[in-house]
Write a protein that binds this ligand. Structure first.
Ligand code: SAH
Ligand code: SF4
Length: 373
């Protein structure tokens, strides 16, 4: 058995919990803030190096606690500068984290679950099935690792300036572990990122969108992908539980809580499935006049999936049509596809344990076959 298994892992603990931990050691609450600075700002995991803590406290911490990082299994570098890591997740499984460098920012795309139970028809993670939630240490550990492995930016800032929960898993289905991570990403004692630079992407778990609006108002991206329930039921099965009108109402509530900050709607472009100009008009009717922007994502293919990417001309025409409706619409650039690091290609290594079936899966075969005929 692991010799450290009974030690408390302080990585990923939010400030309040850390203060309670120190109180139990008869220490003052500010110890929590000191420890957070050592871990997240200086990248120190050895208690003995934390020189503003007394020797006695350092020894006590070493005896009772640890700062245990997730273990990197491999790193892959793309020709376009994108980097992908696989982190060990137990039982031979692995989750993926992707760094996307751009001139103005460095975005880290992190995973929240080993697999995903929501089974969207076009997603490699969903196709793998679901094994378990990552804990807060395993999630924040991805950020810790990337920041300390990547060279700083030319202006001296850490390489990672933005975080998106767009890796493996549905973050709002792992709410309990994701919220402490968000707290640490925003905390001035940890990563100190602004709310604009931290984005949770969700397929639409409505009760948790409302809760997130109260608990932690980070930027929100919603995977819409279809402009009507009939199509969305097939592409994003959670739609059967939380249909579009209910989902959008929760989005507008979320935006209203935070001075109507824009919500990003992600829309994967699938050839002959959801990419016609009529679909664009229908989508515009849903979002017009609302605090919404649309991010079109060219579909990224993966083995065993029959969907195809819309042509560049179709994507351009779709985007132009949305703009003619006065909507803000952009198209996501595909990055890292030579190392299978593009959106939706993150399969990791997952042993499917529980697959939540929200009714019969009809899409992947029926409509995809029609689209490829
Ligand atoms: N579970 C969350 C976040 C992870 S997926 C969610 O669904 O929002 C991040 C984004 O990639 C989502 O918008 C998702 O729908 C999209 N995506 C999934 N598979 C894709 C694929 N094969 N090609 C392009 N985008 C994909
Ligand atoms: Fe899960 Fe998101 Fe993939 Fe859907 S798109 S299966 S919610 S990771």
């Amino acid at each position: 058995m692991d010799a450290t298994a009974d030690k408390t892992n302080l990585l990923g603990m939010p400030q309040g919990e850390l203060e309670r931990f120190f109180a139990a050691l008869d220490e003052k609450p500010f110890r929590a803030r000191q420890l957070m600075q050592w871990i997240y700002q200086r990248g120190v995991t050895d208690f003995d190096a934390m020189t503003d803590l007394s020797k006695k406290l350092r020894e006590r911490l070493a005896a009772e606690a640890e700062i245990r990082l997730p273990v990197v299994e491999s790193r892959h570098d793309s020709a376009d500068g994108t980097v992908k890591w696989l982190f060990e997740s137990g039982w031979g499984q692995a989750v993926e984290t992707v760094f996307i460098p751009e001139p103005a920012r460095g975005t880290l795309c992190i995973s929240s679950q080993v697999g995903c139970a929501l089974d969207c028809a076009f997603c490699a993670t969903g196709a793998q099935g679901f094994n378990r939630n990552l804990d807060a240490a395993e999630i924040i550990g991805q950020v810790f690792h990337a920041i300390h492995e990547l060279p700083r930016r030319d202006n001296g800032e850490p390489a990672v300036t933005n975080i998106v929960f767009m890796g493996m898993g549905e973050p709002l289905a792992n709410y309990k572990n994701v919220v402490p991570v968000l707290e640490l990403l925003l905390s001035d004692w940890a990563y100190g990122l602004s709310r604009r630079r931290v984005t949770v992407s969700t397929s639409g778990i409505v009760p948790h969108i409302d809760k997130l609006g109260d608990d932690c108002n980070v930027s929100l991206a919603v995977s819409l992908h279809a402009p009507n329930d009939e199509l969305r039921d097939e592409l994003v099965p959670i739609n059967k539980l939380h249909p579009i009108d209910v989902l959008l109402e929760s989005c507008w509530r979320y935006a209203a809580k935070h001075s109507n900050r824009f919500i990003t709607f992600e829309y994967v472009m699938l050839r002959d499935v959801n990419d016609s100009l009529e679909h664009a008009d229908e989508l515009a009717a849903l979002l017009k006049g609302r605090p919404a922007k649309i991010n079109l994502i060219p579909f990224n293919p993966f083995d065993g999936n029959a969907f195809r990417r819309s042509s560049a001309d179709t994507i351009r025409a779709f985007q132009d049509r949305l703009r003619r409706h006065d909507l803000v619409a952009t198209t996501r650039k595909t990055r890292g596809d030579d190392i299978d690091a593009a959106c939706g290609q993150l399969a990791g290594k997952v042993s499917d344990r529980v697959r939540v079936r929200l009714g019969e899966k009809t899409m992947s075969d029926k409509r995809a076959k029609a689209a490829t005929a």
